[in-house]
Write a protein that binds this ligand. Structure first.
Ligand code: ADP
Ligand code: MG
Length: 592
């Protein structure tokens, strides 16, 4: 066996490997021999090739590389599309990975070229598909409006999309790539992002958070995902949404402040359940329940009193008569009875529930004041008339009384009738005198004096009156500063109040007179036990000629109110089912 034979025996198995196409070429690139795979790949037989020139069969620029192998005596490797026709579709193109290795003779000269090719079409297709997929991914990342960054395991920027380029205007994208995020944005080290990004990187879990970015002062909604090469960060600018949220929170806070500090009575009730969800301080003060007694309860559960037959707010809610504005309404309190006010109700949403915000202004005091004004007005008219008419009546009465006395002597048999007539005239005169007191718009001369002294002087008279009615009367004086007063007028007031108290008191009870003072007023209070004064009567008190008594004149209080006013003071009362107290307040002179 010669060398050639040995060699061919050695190379034969290699030469015939099915996945390699192999050709032996001489230095002019003529075929010496090809293997089966080579011949088949061009649909030819092995015999076809020997003697034929490679570049005559397949003219191609690759000839440069072939020559290079000859000159450099080094193997050449390349990948190419071979054997396919120029206009072949992608499917038909076969990709070859080829190598050209020089084979040397015994003198070290290039003798032959071993041309080996491997079909790598499938591999190329997969690679292309991968490239294509990556391109698609990049395309998607570029076209989304979310900002996208990719950080490698050293927290360096390795990729950013178009939206990210625009995100930070002062920094060029190229300046960021390759840089560490913490060096680039040191402020982020102090932020939530530092902790979150580390969690994703180290624990390979995804994270979602919102953050106010320190370098743009914008809010971002951030998603961070782990990937084998690092982490991907997606985020959206949610500044507008966040600002709206903050604005909402601010509005809510403002509402809460207004709600809590307003002197107007306010409550929020759930329409579905009728429960109180919130009430303000003014509500608690006015209605008299504690916060714990109200929140989460319905008026019924709280035992809030109602006027029988009258429409309640619950009825209003049920009938959906909402919203309404400034409706006059009565409302109930825990202990102070029915109050008058105007109410407004508007709809609002609280925690997803439809609620009514009910705003009430308590006008009870104002209404009382209005009535008082009307009463004073009436009093004024009457007072003016009284002064004129009073004298006109008194004069003829005096004349009649004089003649009656004159005639009395002549008719001794009718003494009883005469006395009767004279005493009735005296009574009429007394009424007129009292009535004239109403006409007073100027006070008598006022001097500094002690209310205690005045009371002590008239007390025997008061006690006599009490005894007449079989009542006790008790005086409790305390040291009170002197006030400016006219003694006859003060006496008249005290007589009126005390006589009224005696008349109104129940059998076998006592009337108490107390004196005390505050830093503004000296006060006399007159208290009696009795069934109290009904609201209807209360409204009319002080109106001249208003009386509930068979023989009353209805002038006592009217005069007393007027006299108190002339002293710069007032008369107030407090009445319940058990007792009634009238308070006379006289102002302390300035500097007391
Ligand atoms: P008169 O005593 O002549 O009726 P007043 O002006 O003194 O007139 O009183 C008016 C009305 O006020 C009385 O008729 C009575 O109904 C009521 N009143 C006054 N004081 C009291 C009191 N202490 N308790 C209950 N009612 C009273
Ligand atoms: Mg009276």
């Amino acid at each position: 066996m010669n060398d050639t034979e040995k060699r061919s025996r050695l190379y034969e198995p290699l030469f015939n490997m099915p996945h390699l196409a192999i050709a032996l070429l001489d230095k002019e690139f003529n075929y010496i021999e090809v293997n089966e795979t080579y011949a088949k790949s061009d649909n030819r037989s092995r015999d076809f090739f020997p003697g034929k020139n490679h570049f005559v069969l397949y003219p191609s620029e690759v000839i440069v590389l072939f020559r290079q192998a000859l000159e450099t005596r080094l193997p050449v490797q390349s990948v190419g599309r071979l054997f396919g026709s120029a206009d072949a579709s992608d499917r038909e193109i076969i990709h070859w990975e080829w190598a050209l290795s020089p084979i040397f003779d015994e003198h070290g000269e290039v003798d032959m070229l071993l041309f080996s090719l491997r079909n790598v079409t499938n591999k190329m297709r997969a690679k292309h598909a991968l490239i294509k997929a990556n391109e698609n991914l990049a395309h998607i990342l570029e076209s989304i409006s979310s900002i996208f960054y990719f950080l490698d395991t050293d927290y360096c920027f390795t990729y950013m999309n178009k939206a990210a380029d625009k995100h930070i205007k002062s920094i060029r994208p190229d300046d960021m790539l390759g840089k560490c995020i913490w060096d680039m944005f040191p402020a982020l080290r102090e932020s939530l992002a530092y902790e979150k990004l580390h969690t994703v990187m180290n624990q390979r879990v995804s994270e979602h958070f919102e953050i106010l970015l320190p370098y743009t002062n914008k809010w971002a909604d951030v998603y961070v995902y782990p990937s084998p090469q690092g982490i991907s960060i997606f985020f959206n600018d949610i500044t507008a949404k966040k600002e709206a949220e903050l604005e909402f929170a601010r509005t809510q806070k403002k509402f809460a402040t207004i709600f809590n500090t307003s002197p107007t009575i306010m409550s929020i009730r759930c329409l579905r359940t009728d429960r109180y969800l919130e009430v303000n301080e003014a509500w608690i003060d006015a209605i008299g329940y504690t916060r714990d007694e109200v929140i989460g309860k319905t008026p019924k559960e709280m035992g809030l009193p109602t006027t029988p037959g009258a429409e309640t707010m619950t009825d209003v809610f049920k009938a959906r008569q909402l919203p309404f504005k400034e409706r006059p309404r009565q409302f109930h309190t825990k202990s102070r009875g029915v109050r008058e006010g105007i109410m407004s109700a508007s709809l609002m949403e609280l925690n997803g529930e439809e609620c009514a915000l009910v705003v009430t202004t308590d006008l009870t005091e104002q209404r009382a004041l209005e009535r008082e004004m009307q009463r004073l007005d009436k009093l004024n008219v009457i007072a003016q008339m009284a002064s004129g008419v009073g004298h006109e009546i008194r004069n003829p009465l005096t004349v009649v009384r004089g003649f009656l006395q004159l005639l009395q002597g002549r008719y001794p048999d009718s003494a009883y009738q005469f006395n009767m007539m004279i005493s009735e005239l005296d009574r009429a005169n007394g009424i007129i005198t009292e009535f004239l007191a109403l006409a007073k718009t100027k006070p008598d001369e006022q001097k500094l004096g002690s209310i205690n002294d005045v009371i002590e002087r008239i007390f025997p008279m008061l006690r006599a009156k009490a005894l007449e009615f079989q009542r006790e009367i008790c005086l409790h004086v305390s040291n009170t500063p002197e006030v400016l007063l006219s003694e006859p007028e003060l006496r008249q007031i005290l007589l009126n109040l005390t006589i009224n108290a005696i008349e109104a008191s129940t059998h076998d009870t006592q009337v108490d007179i107390c004196t005390y003072h505050t830093d503004k007023d000296a006060i006399v209070s007159v208290t009696n036990k009795g069934p109290g004064i009904t609201p209807e009567v209360k409204k009319l008190l002080g109106t001249p000629f208003f009386t509930t008594k068979d023989h009353g004149t209805g002038l006592g209080l009217a005069i007393s109110y007027n006299l108190a006013k002339l002293h710069g003071g007032s008369i107030e009362l407090d009445s319940n089912e058990e007792e009634t107290t009238f308070f006379l307040r006289l102002p302390l002179p300035l500097g007391t």
